[in-house]
Design a protein around this ligand. Sequence first.
Ligand SMILES: [Zn+2]
Length: 296
Amino acid sequence: MNDRGENGAMEEKPVNLIYLLGAGRSGTTMLATILNNHPNIHTVGEMHQFLDYLLEDKDCSCGENLSLCNFWAPVLNDIDLSLLKNKANVALSNSLEKHHNIPLLLLGKPLNTTYSAMTDMVFKAIHTKVSKPWLLDSSKYISRYLLLRKNKNINLKGIYLVRDVRGVVYSFGKNVQTPKNPLSAIFYYSLVNIWAQLVSLLDRKVIKIRYEDFVNEPELTIQKIEKHLFGKTENISDLNDKTFDIPHIIAGNRLRSQKQLVIKKDVKWKEGISRSKQILYYIAAFPLMAINKYKP
Ligand SMILES: [Zn+2]
């Protein structure tokens, strides 16, 4: 990418970064994997967990420890691990990215310099190892998006992914790493999506995508995303026929234990949840469901 050399003064170009916002179980890992197939986009996973992965040398999605993974090992060589593995810095980063910081960040709370130095270092190191011009971070956390937006070394675009609350509730009820009962799933869903709606309204760099539109009409949806990100679209073949390789990603949902995935329609919850509960969940998340044009 950058042929100015390690110390060239010219290389202080901002890192191009796409960020996925939304609630867990909304299909972000799926969208991130399919976007990785795009010639301009390289998906790196849920980077808000990168420091924890680093500290414990957890597994990349390829199954190797981060320090042994073909993709991540060279990246780690390029970063100052003492800064990133410092327990106080990890705690600072985790605390800044919590939901309760969203209002303050929206009201103009300045960016913490240690936090931004850590973020810059990681993304720059990745950027130099990747030939595609845009990295994709699928962390979902809204506060992290707002922090990245304040960082002048990052050229940021957002994709807010929203899914019918019933698909999310159904997905949380399955055997996942972080199961939630319907009540807490709806509460969490509403909290995250209200903030994400607000950010997508205030910030023209964020495009809102419905997960259902993406799985029903993937080509059209990808074209809409491309137009938002790059101002133009490429010719896309039929995505429904394809299998997609999962790249070397940090965290993500259980899809990552598979090596490949295909696009599937979001219909399981329609049979898995009784009609009366479907209506109840719909009402519980009503304003959001109506805003996003979901039908009861
Ligand atoms: Zn890997």
